[in-house]
Design a protein around this ligand. Structure first.
Ligand SMILES: Cc1ncc(COP(=O)(O)O)c(C=O)c1O
Length: 681
């Protein structure tokens, strides 16, 4: 019976890999395959950009002692995203002869890492890019660093007296800062603190849209959203200000239609509503001059360009044109001046600039699929052969293109019965194993037949997952791709090398944690999703690297310490202006000691306690002084080491994936570097 794998065929090109992984669809021009090397390259400014070879980056980092998993940040992609957003609005403003401006605001919650916020703020100067914060700690970070008096800081989220006092103090320091009133009670606090500090308040209001957005975060807009004011509350705020002669202070109107809005119609609806509210407030006499349309601009993670999960049916340019044209026509109809437009596009700015690279440590497969015995032989050997075994042989016999689904269903049923018989003690382990192999080999044959069909029934998609191998990867999904686990978010994942070779294995990716849902088993596909990823056979002693792409938004700070796998290393990669690149900064990932501190341990005390115990055992003659020294040194080294496997290599047997214990004290990252001079291919 045919096995699972096919021989690598000749004639596979890097173009085939680019098509297979659909790079053009989700990569937006930032990622390509280099025909000469078969490596994935990053092109931070798209069309004429210099190429950064991801494998070279990983090797250079290894040479410096930093092993995968590692997040690679490309600052030039951030700049390109910001430019693209700005240019889209500039074009729309010119086309619609809009007499106002556009200013982006980066909502720092999307990725608060200092390197990201600093970089965006610095490159954002020429675009007037301000910042949006959603909490007091975010404001504390921003008020000390974002000092440009001409660029806005917009404050969202629930506000207590301290948060509001921080806003007022920041405005005393000359920051252009506007708190957004989410609840009426915040207005009273703002007015009180402004009076106390002698500051003229600047205010914004968040509007609760009547219509909820669509998609996963649809409820963050709409009447059921946590935040914002209903129309009657807006009027109440306006009236209170007017009574105090402060209506001029109400400068900004804000809404947030939800994150990753996949259907442009939801954006259009939100815009129509918010533009009308803006016009009404202007006509009443409020000092409004800023209209903030919030976040929501999507990212096409699966490259489907459709109104489906993890995708979107519009472009940045269409989004900008809609914002500009709808606000322009509402203002014209209402006879009011157009506002400066603001958007809090977070995901669309930062998702593309980070790539998570991780290595494969080993694999487990279905093993041998062939069944050597015939039914006749088995009947001779066994007094009474259980019915499910007969049925599985029968399903094999009837398997044909015409009766494929029928045979598949029969085999599924028979295998389930075999498992039940085994659990009740009526079937031997040997026959249970045979039932599995019969089932899997039927699935393999069925998959080969289905692969030749244009339109295979959706049910047969299961075959990939049934037959797929498991590749064990040096990462924690919970820490590095939390949305893949928590909300089934799709991220493009693919090998970053060997792209001139046909991938011959279908695999799901399992992480290092002990949870069965610490895995990636849904991958974007041109026609939807697939349950396995085409990957290459891993080679003993070589390294096999995969990349997860578009991971720059939300993943880092949402990640958790499940199983105490901590933050991975982060490397900032810069173009050097002459076609080359350099690593400008490395933020070392958590050590085991770091994560132990987070959960209340003192690594020093742990080490000390172990040292005392070792000394007692030496005294008692149970271990030698040399053993004690080695153990103590090893423990110290591991406390100072990375939480991930530092000696990742491709092995077929899990036990080989266990890292060599370091036997001397010192910087374990450096000793890992010494051990890691293996070639990649
Ligand atoms: C108020 C507000 N603004 C902006 C954003 C950023 O949204 P996105 O990343 O979808 O652009 C969010 C995120 O949900 C938000 O709550």
């Amino acid at each position: 019976m045919p096995g699972l794998r096919t021989e690598p065929s000749t004639g596979w090109t890097t173009r085939d890999s680019a098509d297979l992984y659909d790079i053009e669809a989700w990569g937006e021009g930032y990622f390509r395959v280099a025909p000469a090397t078969g490596h994935l390259t990053v092109h931070p400014t798209r069309a004429d950009s210099p190429a950064i070879d991801l494998v070279e980056v990983v090797e250079r980092l290894r040479g410096m002692g930093y092993r995968t998993p590692v997040v690679l940040r490309f600052g030039a992609i951030l700049e390109d995203r910001l430019r693209r957003l700005h240019d889209a609005f500039a074009t729309a403003i010119a086309e619609h002869e809009y007499r106002g401006e556009y200013r982006p605001l980066y909502p720092i919650k999307v990725n608060q890492q200092r390197g990201v916020v600093d970089e965006l703020y610095s490159i954002g100067r020429r675009y007037g890019c301000g910042l949006e914060v959603g909490s007091k700690p975010e404001l504390l970070a921003v008020m000390a660093t974002a000092r440009d008096p001409d660029r806005l800081v917009v404050c969202n989220g629930f506000k207590d007296a301290d948060y509001i006092q921080a806003v007022v103090l920041a405005s005393k320091l000359g920051r252009s800062i506007i708190p957004i009133i989410e609840k009426y009670s915040e207005l009273e606090l703002i007015l009180e603190h402004s009076r106390r500090h002698g500051v003229k308040p600047r205010l914004g209001v968040r509007v609760k849209l009547a219509r909820a957005g669509e998609g996963r975060w649809g409820d963050s807009g709409g009447a059921r959203s946590k935040f914002g004011l209903f129309a009657n509350e807006l009027l109440e705020v306006y009236e209170t200000l007017r009574r105090d002669g402060l209506e001029e202070c109400l400068e900004l109107v804000h809404c947030h239609p939800g994150s990753q809005v996949q259907d442009i119609r939801s954006i259009k609806d939100a815009l129509n509503e918010i533009a009308s509210i803006y016009v009404e407030l202007a006509r009443l006499g409020a000092g409004v001059r800023l209209l903030d349309v919030g976040g929501g601009l999507g990212v096409d993670y699966r490259g489907a360009r459709a109104n489906v999960d993890s995708s979107m049916n519009y472009s940045i340019e269409e989004y900008a044109a809609d914002v500009v044209s709808r606000v322009a026509s509402a203002c014209e109809a209402g006879g009011v001046e157009v506002p400066t437009l603001l958007s809090e596009s977070g995901r669309a700015l930062v998702a593309h600039h980070s790539v998570l690279v991780f290595d494969v440590l080993g694999r487990s497969g279905r093993g041998r699929l062939e069944v050597d015995q015939t039914l006749d032989q088995l009947e001779r050997e066994h007094e009474e052969l259980p019915a499910p075994i007969h049925d599985l042989f029968g399903a094999h016999e009837t398997l044909s293109p015409e009766r494929l689904l029928e045979s598949f269903h029969d085999a599924q049923q028979a295998r389930q019965e075999a498992v039940q018989l085994f659990s009740l003690g009526y079937m031997s382990l040997e026959l249970r194993g045979l039932a599995d192999r019969l089932y899997w080999s039927l699935c393999a044959r069925a998959r080969e037949i289905a692969a030749t069909w244009e339109d295979a029934p959706a049910e047969l998609d299961e075959l990939e997952a049934i037959l797929g191998d498991v590749y064990f990867c040096n990462l924690s999904v919970f820490q590095s791709l939390p949305d893949a686990w928590a909300i089934g978010q799709l991220f493009p994942v693919m090998p970053i090398h060997r792209l001139d070779e046909r991938p011959t294995v279908q695999a799901v990716l399992a992480d290092l944690t002990c949870d069965s849902d610490g895995r990636i088993d849904r991958f974007p596909d041109a026609d939807g999703t697939r349950g396995t990823l085409p990957v290459h056979e891993i080679e003993r002693g070589g390294s096999y690297y995969l990349g997860a792409f578009l991971v720059g938004a939300y993943q880092e700070t949402l990640g958790d310490l499940h199983n105490l796998f901590g933050d991975s290393h982060v490397a900032h990669i810069e173009l050097d202006g002459s076609g080359g690149w350099s690593i400008s900064e490395i933020v070392a990932g958590d050590t085991a000691a770091d994560v132990l501190v987070y959960v209340g341990y003192s690594p020093e005390r742990l080490h000390e306690a172990l040292g005392h115990e070792c000394a007692q055992w030496v005294e008692a003659g149970r271990i030698t002084a040399d053993e004690s020294e080695a153990l103590f040194g090893f423990y110290g080294d591991e406390l100072a080491g990375y939480t991930y496997f530092e000696d990742g290599q491709q092995v077929d047997h899990p036990e080989e994936a266990v890292p060599e214990p370091a036997t001397s004290r010192g910087d374990s990252r450096r000793s890992a570097a010494r051990r890691s001079s293996r070639p990649i291919r």
